[in-house]
Design a protein around this ligand. Structure first.
Ligand code: PMP
Length: 412
């Protein structure tokens, strides 16, 4: 049983009462995006009904309300991540934009010909492609940390990759394809000893486990709001203050300048230096409300319950004949990835959908790690704290039905 009132939690998420194909919706696509509690939906409506204005630039009451709400959200993010100060929090569209921002500013300034960027085989394409683009533009090289058969990165191999040319290690904290939790603290310590900076992709971690960027000593940490019960279109770059201060701006425009003449433009200090133009004010406020909600339940409680749920689901899936689980690391969270003999992954996804169950099937924007296991695609149920053992039972029952129907062409 969860250490919180699961029925009350489920009532907080209106979409969980939806029906799909005549069945109650079972939302097991949380790694793609999470559902939104009423508190977040209400906060957005309240913002537009009572506070809406552009920020920072006007003398009127609503500008003050909007600015206060936006900056309060920045404070909440800073507290949520254990950052040293809100000035270390830059709002962007999501994890993808966050990584691109770091690549195009810090990366362009600090990475040159012959330098090395280390990523892992577990990375989402969002933490591969921007570094490839940077490597192509700068003459740097990409080195890849391999993983073992359970889907955990090989620390020994990682250590061998580090050298005096290593400038950056870009590593996910949780694999979106397998659920592996990587040893980021050790990865960061080793990188720092080699004189390299570290970017942690927290897109899949912040909704499942407690993060403290200062305890980790992460140089950069990024995440997307929509994967932590907040709206789409808002995300975060955390970076150490001295890094943000030294980094050049990315986009130029309003809001990010202190003074403009045609001879010379002076920029605002961070974070404004990186927030050109009118940002996603309402959704930043919504992100603040989502983090308040998560903190009310408590990440420790969430992690504890999701662990039980993951174990329960893993045991359940193991009973299905012909089902092959990939990603069996001891340290993992909330993601199950499998293939079912005799079925294409999209057939499994479609069959589950007929029973109201939403899962992702495909390559999960993480082709290198799936290919490591000889696969082009998997079926990926992914959990959140509002999921239940009963939902998992339904998933397992439908998979059993499919497995029994193998060879039955009518079913296929
Ligand atoms: N990194 C990881 C590990 C992810 O799972 C995702 C989203 N699937 C991203 C980065 C990119 O996030 P977004 O699409 O929200 O920018």
């Amino acid at each position: 049983t969860p250490p919180f009132d699961i029925n009350a939690v489920r009532r907080d998420f209106p979409i969980l009462a939806e029906r799909v194909n005549g069945r109650p919706l079972i939302w097991l696509d949380n790694a793609a995006t999470t559902q939104k509690p009423q508190a977040v939906i209400d906060r957005l409506a309240y913002f537009y009904a009572h506070e809406n204005s552009n920020i920072h630039r006007a003398a009127h009451e609503l500008a003050a309300r909007a600015t206060d709400a936006y900056e309060a959200a920045r404070h909440k993010v800073a507290r949520f991540l254990g950052a040293g100060s809100p000035e270390e929090i830059v709002f962007v569209r999501g994890a993808t934009e966050a990584i691109n921002l770091v690549a195009k500013t810090w990366g362009a300034q600090n990475i040159g010909p012959g330098d090395e960027i280390v990523v892992s085989l577990l990375e989402h394409h969002a933490n591969i492609v921007p570094w490839q683009q940077l490597a192509a533009a700068s003459g740097a090289k990409i080195r890849v940390i391999p993983v073992d058969d359970d889907g955990q990165i090989l620390l020994d191999e990682y250590q061998k990759l580090l050298n005096s040319r290593t400038r950056l290690v870009a590593i996910t904290q949780v694999s979106n394809a397998l659920g592996t939790v990587t040893p980021v603290k050790q990865i960061i310590d080793l990188a720092h000893r080699a004189g390299a900076r570290v970017l942690v992709d927290g897109a899949q971690s912040v909704s499942h486990l407690r993060v403290n960027v200062q305890a980790l000593d992460a140089d950069f940490f990024v995440f997307s709001g929509h994967k932590v019960f907040a709206p789409t279109g808002i995300g975060v770059v955390y970076a150490k203050k001295e890094l943000l201060e030294a980094m050049p701006p990315w986009q130029g425009g309003g809001n990010m300048i202190a003074d403009v003449t045609f001879e010379r433009t002076q920029y605002q200090p961070p974070p404004n230096k990186f927030e050109a133009g009118t940002g996603n004010i309402a959704d930043a406020v919504g992100l603040g409300a989502a983090l308040d909600y998560v903190e009310r339940i408590g990440l420790e409680n969430i992690a504890h319950y999701e662990h039980l749920l993951l174990d329960y689901a893993t045991q359940g899936l193991k009973t299905v004949p012909g089902l092959r689980l990939v990603g069996t690391a001891r340290d993992k969270t909330s993601v199950l990835s499998f293939v079912l003999e005799g079925y294409r992954t999209e057939e499994v996804g479609a069959a589950l959908n007929r029973d109201g169950i939403a899962v992702r099937s495909g390559h999960h924007c993480a082709q290198p790690i799936l290919r490591r296991f000889g696969l082009e695609a998997t079926v990926r149920p992914s959990l959140a704290f509002y999921n239940t053992c009963e939902e998992v039972d339904t998933l397992v029952a439908v998979l059993h039905r499919l497995a029994r129907g193998k060879g039955n062409t009518a079913l296929r």
